[in-house]
Design a protein around this ligand. Structure first.
Ligand code: USQ
Length: 382
């Protein structure tokens, strides 16, 4: 397949590009370095600086003898995206080109506006590029489990049957996101669903939980091919943050009561899920939705695991509850279905002690570079 990865410089984007290329697909990565720009402007730089996309593609190409084409530009500008799409004519587009941070989207007017304009703008332009040049192209869109929020009923995979006054129909599962970032993903889903209904687009929307992980198969021990690894309050996801906090010897930052439950997955499983979705595409006129995670944990359970694994490595860890900077339920029901990707062939990599130990061992050499000013939350929801 010809696969275009929008947002190819990101935590998920670069490993995805390598994974498709290693699997024999022709890959083009596209990015405007928005995350790098925001990271610099908010003092949220990653633990180690990843080479830029051209350099990463060169390194990968040399090791594997497999080219990855690179295009640098802003997909929210149709003048950029349209001709690029028309030239490459992908069979599948993996769309990650979004401002991915919930805290950033809640920082103020400018950040909220950027998140809304960028995320919706890229999705809209991509839809139109597909309609104009290759309507059969499959869009694989990264949504988020955060679209559903934390309802007091089981979460279905995207759709729910509703009976009302003796009649039945199927609708998108109710969405009630907890940040503006998550809300842009709800709006993306609605936009895609509209064009699926009216123009027979083929779309897979992957509702992903928080991801953890540092290395994927294609890195082969080469530090320069690792993904961007953030541990700050803006771009760092909770497991990655806790592991860096353990190495730095600072208390683990449990927000509020710590009974918030989410569905988590290993970065390697993100790659499997996206590849499986692309290789077994949705049909024309189908919006296919999968819940993309492998295990559920509370924040307290994660903190306890990190503490236990760290103790075995002689890293003493303290767990500290701090006031929650977010507006979210700290105790709630959570039971989300997630069988669709397993049925497609996903083989989960669970969060074992060995996996956490390996991550800690990869982080330890960078201990001196950890900046503890980036750890405590700097953005409050209100
Ligand atoms: N949390 C803590 N302490 C921390 C950081 C987070 O207790 O130091 C808590 C949060 O309050 C939240 C949970 O851990 O309840 C998960 O937070 P997170 O920062 O790992 O994840 P989130 O902001 O929700 O966003 C991340 C990704 C986002 C993706 C989402 C999936 O950044 O792109 O869409 O995970 S989900 O959370 O299921 O919506």
């Amino acid at each position: 397949m010809r696969v275009m990865v929008l947002g190819g410089d990101g935590y998920l984007g670069w490993p995805t590009a390598m994974h498709f290329a290693a699997g024999g697909h022709e890959v083009m990565v596209v990015d405007n370095y928005l995350r790098r720009t925001i990271a610099r402007s908010t003092g949220s730089e990653p633990l180690f600086e990843a080479p830029n996309l051209e350099a990463r593609a060169d390194i990968f190409g040399t090791i594997r003898d497999t080219p990855i084409e690179v295009a640098i530009g802003d997909c929210s500008e149709m003048m950029f995206l349209d001709p690029l799409f028309a030239r490459f004519l992908p069979d599948a587009v993996v769309h990650y080109a979004e401002q991915p941070s919930a805290p950033y989207s809640m920082r103020g007017f400018h950040e909220a506006q950027l998140t809304l304009r960028n995320n919706l703008g890229v999705t809209f332009n991509l839809i139109w590029a597909v309609l104009r040049h290759k309507p059969e192209c499959h869009i694989v869109k990264l949504g988020t489990m955060g679209e559903y929020g934390t309802p007091n009923i089981d979460i279905e995979e995207g759709w729910i049957a509703v009976g009302h006054n003796g009649r039945e129909d199927k609708f998108l599962f109710p969405r009630q996101a907890g940040s503006l970032y998550h809300t842009t993903k709800v709006l993306d889903t609605d936009l895609l669903w509209f064009y699926v209904r009216t123009h027979d687009l083929r779309v897979t929307d992957l509702m992903q939980g928080p991801v953890y992980g540092l290395s994927t198969w294609e890195c082969e021990g080469n530090l320069r091919l690792l993904p961007n690894f953030h541990y700050d309050d803006i771009f760092g996801t909770v497991v990655n943050r806790f592991l860096v906090q353990a190495v730095a010897g600072v208390p683990l930052t449990v927000y509020g009561k710590g009974e918030q439950t989410r569905g988590y997955l290993n970065l390697k499983d993100t790659l499997q899920c996206v590849r499986l979705a692309a290789e077994k595409p949705a049909s024309p006129g189908e919006l296919r939705i999968f819940n993309q995670f492998t295990e559920q944990f509370t924040v307290n359970e994660l903190a306890a695991r990190v503490k236990r694994v760290s103790a075995a490595l002689r890293l003493p860890v303290e767990i500290r509850s701090i006031p929650n900077p977010r507006k979210e339920k700290e105790e709630h029901y959570y039971n989300a279905k997630h069988s669709g990707l397993l049925e497609l062939g996903l083989q989960p990599h669970f969060m074992t002690d060995d996996v956490l130990t390996q991550m800690i061992e990869t982080i330890i050499p960078f201990k001196a570079d950890i900046d503890s000013n980036k750890i405590l939350p700097r953005v409050r929801w209100s």
